[in-house]
Design a protein around this ligand. Structure first.
Ligand SMILES: C[S@@+](CC[C@H](N)C(=O)[O-])C[C@H]1O[C@@H](n2cnc3c(N)ncnc32)[C@H](O)[C@@H]1O
Length: 348
């Protein structure tokens, strides 16, 4: 994608779906396609002060566990265990050969074929027996629903577990009320883990469908009594409004797609919009913030790019910026499958 910094948020080419590569935003048929008039663009100035300390490269790994495992990978595919089901999906980065035999792969309960233009369940094949759209999953005692979605996703990005555990540790160690903002929150796993750790959470996503799934997950997790606000809105617009209103957060997570749209057609382009959103995230922190965690995927960039942005953005705030990759460690031959880049500012 070519960065073009002088274009406004409303005059970008209308494109649907995501970029090539790893995780892509869901197709959202429920969305309006007309763009909203864009607000004036934020004037970005270099923040004064010393740059935060740095720690990199930091590779955060998810190892095979009882809830989830990358069983094997290779030849452009991955074989994963999601709770009770073995699932095969395309994986462009697995350019090596599978370590396990075809017989092992043939034991899959579900295979994403991607070989038709069909939307919905049609793109999933269930070799053993037809399966329902959802199934029970669990992360570290938090119950939620796995889900066969139209775009090969299964309702969770397991590599994010590294962030969830880190975030829960910070919330618990704070021993005070903590407010968390989860932008681009999808099915809400981070929001649920934060709420279970004791935080008050604002969860924002542009997709009405994803918000619905997140609410179902809250029920599944038996966390219905926890303070989570589910907000269907454009992430940038919401953050801008929080800044104007004076709402503040102790911790912010943002996991934006390379390209996405808000519910009113607002266009999100990572290379153009990320610097402004990072700057707003800084502006809406409480005086005693804990962390700001950014993940990026499906982009042609190095973690040094988002590391540089985060260090600049948090200049003068002390703390440390840690950056690297989120990877999943394979059970069969121990290879690491890279899923995304991340950069996080931590106060301590
Ligand atoms: C890959 S998901 C994020 C995954 C999430 N962090 C997790 O771990 O489950 C990207 C999400 O961004 C949402 N999205 C895309 N464009 C958006 C926008 N302009 N404002 C808010 N959310 C947006 C999509 O609906 C999708 O749920």
């Amino acid at each position: 994608m070519k960065p073009s910094r002088d274009r406004r948020r409303d005059d970008r080419p209308a494109r649907h779906g995501g970029q090539d590569g790893r995780r892509q935003p869901e197709a959202r048929p429920d969305q309006a396609r007309t763009a909203e008039p864009a607000p004036a663009r934020r004037q970005l100035r270099r923040r004064e002060g010393e740059l935060p300390a740095e720690r990199l490269p930091l590779i955060l790994e998810v190892a095979p566990n009882d809830d989830y495992a990358l069983i094997d990978s290779g030849a452009g595919r991955k074989l994963e265990q999601y709770g009770p089901y073995r699932i095969v999906r395309p994986e462009g980065q697995a350019i090596w050969q599978p370590a396990l035999s075809e017989r092992e792969w043939a034991k899959a309960d579900a295979v994403f074929t991607g070989d038709t233009d069909e939307e919905g369940m049609g793109r999933w094949r269930f070799p053993k027996a037809p399966l329902g759209e959802t199934w029970p999953m669990r992360h570290d005692g938090v119950d939620y629903l796995g889900r066969f979605t139209s775009f090969r996703h299964v309702g969770v990005f397991p590599e994010q577990a590294s962030h969830w555990d880190h975030m829960a540790g910070l919330i618990e160690a704070a021993k005070r009320p903590v407010k968390v903002l989860n932008l681009f929150g999808y099915t809400g796993l981070a929001s649920l883990v934060a709420a279970r750790a004791g935080a008050e959470v604002a969860h924002v996503d542009a997709s009405k469908k994803a918000i619905g799934w997140a609410r179902e997950n809250q029920e599944m997790a038996r966390l219905a009594d926890r303070p989570i606000r589910w907000i269907c809105e454009d992430a940038m617009k919401f953050a801008e409004r929080e800044e104007r209103r004076g709402s503040r957060y102790d911790m912010i997570l943002f996991d934006p797609p390379a390209y996405g749209r808000g519910p009113k057609g607002e266009v999100w382009q990572l290379f153009e919009d990320l610097p402004a959103l990072a700057d707003i995230c800084r502006a809406i922190l409480t005086p005693k913030p804990l962390a700001v965690v950014l993940t990026a995927y499906s982009i042609r960039a190095s973690f040094f790019a988002i590391h540089g942005l985060m260090r600049d953005t948090f200049a003068g705030m002390g703390g440390r910026v840690e950056s690297g990759e989120l990877v999943i460690r394979e059970k069969s031959a121990g290879r690491a499958l890279s899923t995304s880049l991340f950069s996080r500012w931590v106060a301590k």
